[in-house]
Design a protein. Structure first.
Length: 576
């Protein structure tokens, strides 16, 4: 096949595939253009998650008729003049690909007024249909309809209306954080969902996203070195989330991801937060554009820095300077599996009422090919037989024997296996039981997360997590499954919701297994425990009754077995 030049429409479709994957990408490109045009008020109007219509209106500089026509040509841009400008980019867009790419896969209407002339230009799937002078207010308005209607392969990958709008909402939140001086309004199906006042106060934007209860406790940070100036807000250790997505990095007033900065912030907080908990951080990194490479990602969502070590040191020292005097770290990182104290010996508890749900964990377990964490047990076939206890070693190991040989048993691991199967059988037989909470658990999410949770509330309810809306983006949980008793149920519920947000499903087998393992670890904390001969014999008997007596719930061995042949060979080697 001969090599030939692609026509412009095909080239634009290919470019659209790189830049525009979903409606949120359209919003990103259009709003960033509005910001680059010095807009102070930007309205984003979305219908049906952006799949029906997206309209962005700003009060920026606007364009002349000639520039409006030229912006539909590939690599036509006002942001750079030559290759030298690639190393001094301060705008959000610069490639000149967004407008022609979007116009290639939609019905695209551009209206603009630069203060001298007004234009209206219409494209339908890459073909110009109209280019006229028409009155319009100062600024630019762009309407995008029928997105991907001419690219069925991309259209079929669109998610639900709520999921697509949540992605748009999430990005508008990031833009608002990076540009508090701009007033953003976001509408969905003619209803205003989000608004900022453009006052320039970052804390006000944080409040509009996370709520006043979070914003009032955020701590300001501001520090510089020779290359970088970083400033922003950090959450105290009392406020955390179950995802790193709330560590937000801005570079020169622009939302981008720098994984080094995100990992560094997380590492500093590790010593203060529980396992699998993350802070809310909004940090702006001001740096000479010559030290940034922004041309490393098609959507310009990632950047690389020169002198990253210098930035890393600055981030660490800045956060530590804020917190080191306020709160000393624990000797060890706090563990996520925090248990509630058991006061049953101190006060008389009121017996709670229980009810049944539609959950059927037994069925899930039966259908699972590898239930719980017994994947490794396939390698070992349990041999249930009578063991006779001989002695105990340092309160940790039991020596037992029978006619086949000798058994060295880890007392702690044997107890873990026994308790694991006991709790597993108990909770899987009572999986329908729900118990009310004396004090409801209150959960608060950003509005974009709230939209996704709303879409999957039935999935959460199917595993016993009933969410009751009690605020603009708050939920109350008033009851929980019995198997969550004695563990940090709020942490587990948040982890389930996190699975829904990112995977759109819940691995209930994994969650139940994790809860049972937490209970097992709690009940086997002692390293040394001296037992009577009868207690050791009972422990061995209970272990041999287990489904998988030779492996602990975490995959380790509970028993080391020496056959008579093994022992004979060991002594022969010694004699030799």
């Amino acid at each position: 096949m001969k090599i030939h030049q692609l026509d412009e429409m095909t080239a634009n479709k290919i470019a659209a595939g790189e830049v525009i994957e979903r409606p949120a990408n359209v919003v990103k490109e259009l709003v960033e253009n509005s910001i680059d045009a010095s807009s102070t008020v930007i309205s984003i109007l979305v219908n049906e998650g952006g799949m029906e219509r997206i309209r962005v209106i700003d009060n920026g500089e606007g364009m002349s008729h000639q520039d409006a026509l030229m912006c539909f040509s590939r690599h036509a841009t006002s942001k750079i003049m030559d290759d030298h400008d690639l190393f001094n980019i301060t705008t959000l867009g610069f490639r000149g690909e967004a407008i022609p790419s979007i116009a290639a896969i939609s019905h695209f209407t551009l209206q603009t007024n630069n203060g001298e002339e007004s234009s209206r230009i219409v494209y339908e799937f890459g073909k110009r249909k109209e280019a006229v002078f028409m009155p319009f207010s100062k600024g630019t308005g762009i309407s995008v309809e029928k997105i991907f209607q001419n690219v069925p392969a991309r259209l079929k990958y669109m998610k639900s209306v709520n999921a697509e709008f949540a992605a748009i909402y999430n990005y508008v939140e990031k833009l608002a954080l990076s540009h508090p001086e701009v007033s953003f309004s976001l509408f969905h199906n003619d209803r205003q969902i989000f608004k900022t006042n453009g006052s320039g106060n970052l804390l006000e934007v944080i409040s509009s996203i996370y709520g006043l209860s979070v914003a009032k406790d955020m701590i300001f940070m501001d520090q510089s070195n020779d290359e970088f100036h970083i400033y922003g807000y950090l959450s105290p250790f009392s406020i955390s989330r179950s995802s790193k997505n709330h560590i937000i990095t801005l570079v020169n007033g622009r939302y981008v991801k720098n994984m080094m900065a995100i990992h560094t912030i997380d590492d500093v907080y590790r010593q203060y937060l529980m396992d699998r908990r993350y802070p809310i951080v909004v940090v702006n990194i001001d740096v000479d554009p010559y030290l940034i490479d922004v041309n490393v990602h098609p959507a310009k969502l990632e950047v690389r820095f020169s002198k990253e070590d210098s930035l890393k040191e600055l981030i660490i020292s800045s956060i530590e300077n804020v917190f080191i005097k306020k709160e000393e770290p624990h000797d060890e990182p706090a563990q996520a599996e925090v248990f509630k104290p058991d006061f049953t010996n101190e006060i008389e508890l009121i017996e709670p009422e229980y009810r049944q749900t539609d959950m059927n964990i037994n069925q899930m377990i039966a259908e699972s090919k590898e239930s719980y964490s017994d994947k490794e047990t396939k390698l070992i076939k349990p041999i249930k037989e009578k063991l006779y206890v001989s002695s105990q070693i340092h309160g940790q190991y039991i020596v037992a024997y029978n006619e086949k040989g000798m058994y060295l048993i880890s007392q702690k691991k044997a107890m873990m296996r026994i308790l694991y199967e006991k709790y597993r059988d108990h909770y899987s037989n009572n999986e329908r039981i729900m118990q009310p909470l004396l004090v409801p658990i209150i959960l608060e999410y950003s509005k974009s997360e709230y939209l996704l949770i709303e879409e999957h509330k039935d999935l959460l309810a199917s595993v016993g997590i009933i969410l009751e809306a009690v605020g603009p983006h708050q939920y109350a949980v008033r009851e929980m499954p019995l198997w969550m008793d004695h563990i940090d149920e709020k942490l587990f519920i948040e982890e389930m919701i996190e699975q829904v947000l990112h995977n759109h499903q819940i691995d209930i087998i994994q969650m139940l297994d994790k809860a049972i393992l937490a209970l097992v670890r709690r009940d086997t904390l002692l390293k040394e425990n001296y037992l009577t001969h009868q207690e050791m014999q009972s422990l061995c008997d209970d272990l041999m009754r287990c489904d998988h007596p030779f492996i602990d719930p975490q995959g380790g061995m509970t028993v080391i077995y020496y056959s008579m042949k093994d022992l004979d060979q060991l002594f022969k080697k010694v004699d030799e």
